[in-house]
Design a protein around this ligand. Sequence first.
Ligand code: HEM
Length: 501
Amino acid sequence: MDAILFLSALVGLTSVLWLRYKRSQGNSIPTVGSSGIWDYYTGGFRFLIRAPPMVKEGCTRYPGRVFRVPRLFNWEFVVSGSTLIDEVASAPEGIMSSIAAKQEMFQADITIGPEISQNPYHFETIRVTLTRNLAKCFPDLHDEINYAFDETFCLHGADWKLVPVLPTMMTVVARTTNRLFVGPPICRDPDYLKLVVQFTIDVAIRSQIINLLPTRLRPILGPFISSGNESIRKGMKHLAPLIEYRIAQEDELGPDWPGKPNDLISWLLETAEGQERTASRIVMRILFTNMAAIHTASATFTHVLFDLTNHPDYIAPLREEAEQAVQELGWTQVALNRMHKIDSFLRESQRMHDNGPVTLLRKVVDPAGFRFSDGTLLPFGSIITAASRPAQFDPAKYEDPETFDGFRFSKAREDRDRTTSEGVSSRQMIATSADHLPFGHKHRACPGRFFAATELKAMLAHLVINYDLRAEMEGVRPPDDVFGPIVLPNRKAKVGFKKRQ
Ligand code: HEM
């Protein structure tokens, strides 16, 4: 009897898996690994631990084409080669949607709030207004960088101190970023900083738990799993009085009231209308923007410090460049614009160590599907990414791509005889292309990259001018931490710092 029950259960389970497998999309697209039914399931687990080599294998076997990799619950279609990557980056939101993809992968409507995708006005506030205010706000940013490093490093005298890099940079970045988002003293409040750092982790983990639920149960049970409401409640405790005061001042004295602070809260209120003009909605936008800004920038800067201490010969020329620019032009945005070597070092570090082997997460939302120029048709509902790392290591685009060359881009910029003005701007840290995707590419490229570049360049210039640095273990770059398709810098590794006298 037991054997019959067991056999029936096995047949039932196999039939369900077989039906799901048969229904899975894009069966004609080449697969990394075998495309058999069991592989579809075990492959999802394999991708969790071996995503970078699986994407690399796909790009080697199917260069310039689309291939698919198994995720736990669906296939992911990975696009390789600059022609097809350009087509993904250029596709309009109504055909290949970034918002719908984030909704599916991170349950954004439940974990963050549906208003973010229904009315993403913050995107232009960050891309245009924040960027336009960078030069004016630079003294504040620099002031915060100064104190944030001093207080978090807590160095005494001329002694070396080993500092755990990622958590330290997370604090410094959260603080300097929030100097421009919400201003002092909130940007230094440890409880507020903990909230904005933890929000991203909560969304990342809880969305995956919600994804385990059957689709119909997600809107019902998801809100109990999400920490969204709790985070907004905590954010309200810190920010509601400030936001309500600003709304009242604006209602009474007009949009340009005397003493209006120059920060993200004010810039958001310039556009927010109706329900969006309430403290809780502004708090949600601030949390969301922090989510996009802090972990990305602190991971990038941690990689930069691993690269710098692993190649210490770069410290002297970077220091010389920064000191010279600051001596001539002071701590200003104009001085930063002069720092081509610092810009190049950051860009090279991003090229070799961005956040994973794939980027440009999209979902096909056109009912007719999406047809690439090579004829490949991806059906409605397909989840798509672009193979960024293989593109950034393409020997046809980068000379000796496996070798870290910190001045790769500044050398090219300074070769004035051969470089056009377009050639110069295409080699700056903020420039995106199908061969350089750390900030995405084209119309959905990161709107905060102008701010990120200013912040990270100022941090690196400040560090090399004021500190000596050395690796925890000479000649050993700490290995990355890999979580599926997300690659982070080593979370435990340390770097030695000493205050320069
Ligand atoms: C080194 C730091 C950063 C990196 C590497 C980075 C990278 C990215 C990438 C890859 C995307 C997605 C592009 C796409 O899907 O096509 C993105 C989107 C975005 N980034 Fe950044 N970013 C950084 C810093 C920032 C900062 C400082 C801000 C805010 C001031 C910011 C705000 C955003 C926003 C709002 C989006 C759009 C999110 C959405 O609505 O989908 N980012 N970023």
